[in-house]
Design a protein around this ligand. Structure first.
Ligand SMILES: CC(C)(COP(=O)(O)OP(=O)(O)OC[C@H]1O[C@@H](n2cnc3c(N)ncnc32)[C@H](O)[C@@H]1OP(=O)(O)O)[C@@H](O)C(=O)NCCC(=O)NCCS
Length: 229
């Protein structure tokens, strides 16, 4: 899955304003839990671990949300945890309610978060499942650039490969993963499902993000690209 970054090295987009759209940080665990349909104690735990929540409203109605890791983060698909460097952020668990999808809220929410957090941070990371077109498109529109591919190496270890010069080094530094000298497994889901790192050729996998019932791995493994609550 691609890991994308937005920082001062890349030109920032100018997104046309969306009528009625506002984005604000949410500090209330109970409200956030109700919005996401999650247990309040789980959301309180996120806040306690330094995660920040942002909610986009359209004409006052909650339409989308996302989370910002400030201290440590996890990419469930790869089973990897990492410390977020000072002055950087890792964005995760973004959802636009089905009733509000396709309106361009996601890239504007990402953009608003980057701007809000820019007082304290200069580099922002986000990962997305490659088959999740909606996610990848929104991330690109928000000015993020994919710099590294994340998956498993032939030995089944989480690893990465550069997609841009220096991308591998930067990603390796933040995630603490090694750059693989050889091809990565084309499908992380097959690896998580125990099928072996190179069991499915690129394009031959039946995994389909939009049809999770076809996925090789369980829904719980999809915390980054697939968390839908
Ligand atoms: C990914 C997601 C956050 C995008 O939110 P969004 O606010 O709808 O984003 P956008 O309005 O920019 O639309 C993005 C893409 O969604 C697709 N889309 C358009 N209308 C849609 C609709 N009614 N329903 C679903 N997807 C639609 C389009 O392909 C669009 O891309 P395009 O503009 O290049 O054609 C949202 O689809 C979602 O919550 N998905 C489930 C959770 C998820 O995948 N989170 C991402 C984790 S990184």
């Amino acid at each position: 899955m691609p890991l994308a970054v937005r920082d001062h090295a890349h030109p920032h987009p100018t997104l046309a304003p969306l009528p009625g759209l506002t984005v604000a940080r949410e500090h209330d665990a109970a409200r956030m839990a109700a919005l996401q349909g999650r247990d309040p104690s789980e959301i309180a735990g996120r806040f306690a671990r330094g995660h920040r929540a942002y909610v986009a409203h359209v004409h006052g109605e909650p339409a989308a949300w996302g989370w910002v890791a400030t201290r440590s983060a996890e990419i469930g698909e790869l089973g990897t945890r990492f410390d977020v460097p000072a002055g950087e952020r890792y964005l995760w668990n973004f959802v636009t309610r089905p009733s509000h999808r396709g309106l361009g809220i996601y890239p504007r929410l990402l953009d608003a978060i980057v701007r809000a957090e820019s007082a304290e941070a200069t580099r922002f990371w986000v990962a997305y499942a490659p088959e999740n077109h909606a996610s990848g498109a929104g991330i690109r529109k928000a000015g993020f650039v994919a710099v590294a591919e994340l998956s498993f190496d032939a030995a089944g270890r989480a690893a990465l490969q550069a997609m841009r010069p220096d991308g591998g080094r930067a990603a390796s530094r933040v995630l603490g993963l090694a750059e693989a000298p050889e091809a990565l497994a084309p499908c992380w889901r097959c690896v998580r499902a125990g099928r072996g790192a190179m069991s499915c050729a690129a394009g031959a996998c039946t995994c389909d993000y939009q049809r999770p019932e076809l996925a090789c791995a369980t829904a719980d493994d999809r915390s980054t690209g697939g968390a839908v609550r």
